[in-house]
Design a binder for this molecule. Structure first.
Ligand code: MG
Length: 403
């Protein structure tokens, strides 16, 4: 059975006015760092490549374009759209942007919830098979008090009271229609606090599915600190290793391609693709961290499609697999082994190029070089070898191979 197309719409246009401490560049909360990646990137990563999700579109503030591009580099998202003055406005614009090629269903998610897990997303998608709308929610455990001036004036029965989270899922046509019809009520002052409220207002039946305690909404500094603790506690760290060797090809004129950079040399390296031993070793290291086979399995040398290919393709493929597993590349370390050419003058450029391909800060990318003291084939300058290590943080579910 094929599942109908589903788009995740992530709302990231807010200014975060309830947030206390601001970073030096005054970035809105969805762009604040959380365990080495921005809050928005983590929210987007949860959906990009999740089973049942066919595309991810983020609704951004018009001022945040550069922040956005940096935050989601390498995730392969749909082009963003610009939001409006209110959350409701922003969601409406996001929905309208999809109307020309409407998906069957849409999951609407707040960028301020960076820890939505794959199981939660799957529950919402599954509920849409039998409902027009589905909302993850948790029962309220604390007693609910009414108060005025710091004095309790009453107790609200909590029986049947739930805390609604996102992603909230809907049949696309139904929620677009509900948003269009909500305009008049909103103009008359009706405050819709979430999309389920808009669906309810339109008479759409909304099913409850179990939410997740860890799916915290980041509104305050304390929420951000809690999310960081949850992330650190839940991640599993894997280290993958890669090794590759290419001989010089006297028939291939220089320059040679190494770590994504053209390095002046008399001869290029022999190989089916661009023969970039550095990127091949690094691709294998990432695949190794995922226990996902090797580069030859993903890109067979027998396939003419990869003849002369830019090895950045192979590396970005491996990075997408990490993202699809809900993982994050923490650090990569490449060692080049050769007598010549000299790597030193190109090292900074190589780090920047690898960081660009992987969507990482260059501070997380190491490139080193050594020789074999003229011993062996490498020492005679017959070729170049590269070794790489990649450290990847994976959520526990992905680490168990249930993805
Ligand atoms: Mg190779």
């Amino acid at each position: 059975m094929t599942t109908p197309p589903c788009i995740a719409l992530i709302v990231a246009a807010g200014r975060g006015t309830r947030f206390g401490a601001r970073p030096p560049d005054d970035a809105p909360k969805q762009y604040l760092p959380l365990g080495g990646a921005s809050v928005l990137r983590r929210a987007a990563e949860a959906f990009a490549g999740a089973p049942g999700i066919d595309g991810v579109r983020v609704v951004i503030h018009g001022d945040d374009r550069a922040l956005y591009e940096r935050a989601v580099a390498g995730l392969g998202l749909m082009a963003p759209v610009t939001g409006g003055a209110t959350r409701r406005d922003s969601v409406r614009r996001g929905l309208e942007s999809l109307a020309a090629a409407p998906p069957a269903t849409v999951l609407i998610h707040d960028a301020a919830r960076p820890l939505a897990d794959r199981a939660l997303i799957a529950r919402v998608i599954a509920a849409l098979e039998t409902s027009d709308g589905a909302v993850p929610a948790l029962p309220v455990a604390d007693s609910l008090k009414l108060a005025r001036g710091g004095i309790v004036t009453g107790t609200v029965p909590r029986d049947g009271v739930y805390r609604a989270q996102t992603p909230q899922g809907f049949r696309f046509a139904a929620i677009l229609d509900a948003h269009r019809r909500a305009e008049a009520a909103a103009a008359a002052g009706h405050d819709f606090t979430d999309d389920a409220a808009i669906a309810e207002h339109a008479g759409i039946e909304v099913a409850l599915v179990p939410g997740a305690e860890d799916n915290v909404k980041i509104t305050t500094d304390a929420d951000l600190a809690r999310a960081a603790r949850l992330l650190a506690a839940g991640a599993e760290y894997r280290t993958g290793h890669g090794l590759d060797v290419h001989a010089f090809d006297p028939a291939r004129a220089g320059p040679l391609r190494l770590c994504g950079v053209d390095v002046p040399a008399e001869h290029g390296l022999a190989g089916h693709s661009d023969a970039d031993a550095g990127l091949h070793a690094l691709t294998d290291a990432l695949l190794g961290a995922l226990a996902a086979g090797d580069i030859g399995e993903h890109f067979p040398p027998s396939d003419p499609a990869w003849k002369g290919a830019d090895s950045a393709l192979f590396l970005s493929h491996a990075a997408r697999l990490v993202a699809a597993a809900g993982g994050r590349i923490v650090h990569v370390d490449v060692t080049i082994v050769c007598e010549a050419p000299k790597v030193g003058p190109h090292r900074a450029h190589m780090r920047r190029r690898i960081a660009e391909i992987l969507g990482l800060d260059p501070a997380r990318v190491s490139v080193k070089a050594t020789t074999t003291e003229r011993l062996g084939a490498l020492g005679r300058g017959e070729g170049i070898a590269a070794e790489a290590l990649a450290t990847v943080a994976l959520p526990p579910v992905a680490a168990e191979g249930t993805r």
